[in-house]
Design a protein around this ligand. Structure first.
Ligand SMILES: [Zn+2]
Length: 425
């Protein structure tokens, strides 16, 4: 390990903490997408001082993009003295709302007891700050390095990434030859490498009925009762079947090493506000259910959908008057970067050198922006690696440990050595 690189990072702890706190002070809450532009401008100003070329890309027409809430992304690039690979650090700058239960101001950037507190501290402004410190230290220690380093601050990850990484990927920002390796500093814990995520299928199921007076339900057909039959079949057949499916993917936590499905919502009936304070007096002719099915590398999407439609089709055959429609809302295929991919071995080397142990390789139960880099950018040398404890994300009193950020920055810097200098050992 290069001692100079490590001591350079150690000497910049104050800078790292100040940078993290400053980033937290931009209340980049999504939705609606507050303070994106000033936060992006702050990141650009910092990197411009280090002679990065910076550009702002507003996702015109993306969901939520308005003049009041512009979806402003920033991409900064520093080209080394000679040609070579490009390593890209991608962080989302948006955070979820603070919610209740905080003992500190969630947007003050409070530093206490070796931690920086605030909404987004761990998810993922601490990771963004660590990647900036890592890149700057690497550039100072190796001023003649070949290749290029990119750092982006992107928006809307918490709402699907459509105005952020997906938009940039469509413009070629996450494809070869512009970029070769991508590290997303999401809070997956400092000694773990996240290789990908399970798949997602969101769908809306609607059962049909026939409207009638509530006092004479026999004259109509109740869509909510039909939905009850769907729920019943799910309880008796689908949930137990999903529970039995296990994956070889190293998904964390343990409970997510199988197929799962959440029922996000059920709505039935004409209206809950027929007359002030009174619900509809009618037999409902429609009921809707939204399901969130998470699936495994071992499953394919057609089979996943088939398990549900098979149940619905059987009800249609066996249950009088049963009819349904199903609409896809979102589909994301499961992803797992190979363990011998260059970015994986480079970061693994950093973890070995800093922590003296083998990294844990994990798969996220939910998706993140890697899906767009893979599907739209067709770039597969991508992982999530960053400081911060995953369980603290989105919670009150969210924090990131200062020493965790320092150690992660060192791992990232060693990763840069391995990827750009070929310093693999
Ligand atoms: Zn995140």
């Amino acid at each position: 390990m290069n001692e100079k690189l490590m001591t350079t990072i150690d000497e910049r702890v104050e800078d790292l903490v100040a940078l993290t706190a400053e980033l937290i002070r931009f209340p980049t809450i999504n939705p609606p997408g507050e303070a994106y532009a000033p936060c992006a401008e702050y990141i650009a100003a910092r990197l411009k001082k280090r002679r990065f070329e910076t550009q702002f890309i507003r996702a015109e027409g993306a969901p939520g993009d308005t003049d009041r809430y512009p979806r402003v992304n920033v991409v900064a690039r520093f080209d080394g003295r000679s040609s070579g690979a490009t390593v890209h650090f991608n962080s989302h700058i948006d955070v979820v709302e603070a919610g209740d239960g905080w003992s500190v101001d969630p947007f003050a950037g409070v530093v206490r007891d070796g931690k920086v507190f605030g909404r987004g501290a761990c998810d993922m402004k601490g990771g963004l700050a660590a990647s900036i410190i890592a890149a700057e230290a690497f550039m100072d220690v190796y001023p003649d390095f070949p290749g290029a380093i990119e750092i982006s601050g992107t928006v809307d990850e918490e709402s699907g990434g459509f105005g952020g990484v997906a938009y940039l990927a469509r413009k070629g920002f996450f494809s070869k030859p512009r970029v070769d390796h991508v590290i997303i500093p999401e809070p997956l814990n400092k000694d773990r490498i996240c290789l990908g995520h399970r798949g997602v299928w969101w769908a809306e199921i609607e059962t049909k009925g026939e409207i009638a007076h509530g006092s004479m339900p026999f004259l109509g057909d109740c869509a909510v009762r039909h939905m009850g039959a769907v729920l019943n079949a799910f309880e008796n057949e689908l949930f137990p079947a999903l529970d039995r499916k296990r994956t070889k993917m190293p998904v964390v936590p343990e409970g997510a090493k199988r197929s799962t499905m959440n029922i996000n919502s059920i709505h039935g009936g004409q209206t809950d506000d027929f007359f002030p304070g009174l619900p509809s007096p009618n037999v409902p002719d429609s009921a809707k259910m939204v399901i969130d099915r998470r699936f495994l590398l071992e499953e394919n999407l057609d089979d996943v959908k088939g398990e549900v439609t098979k149940i619905l089709d059987r009800l249609k055959r066996d249950r009088p008057k049963f009819d349904y429609e199903i609409r896809d809302l979102m589909e994301v295929l499961p992803l797992m970067t190979e363990r011998d991919a260059p970015v994986v071995t480079a970061v693994a080397q950093g973890i070995r050198e800093i922590f003296g142990k083998e990294p844990d390789y994990v798969i996220s139960p939910g998706t993140y922006d890697q899906k767009h880099i893979s599907r739209i950018g067709h770039l597969h040398d991508c992982i999530a690696y960053g400081p911060g404890i995953l369980d603290l994300a989105h919670r009150p009193d969210e924090w990131v440990g200062i020493s965790d950020m320092v150690e992660s920055a060192k791992v990232m810097a060693i990763g840069l050595e391995a990827l750009l200098l070929g310093a693999a050992r």
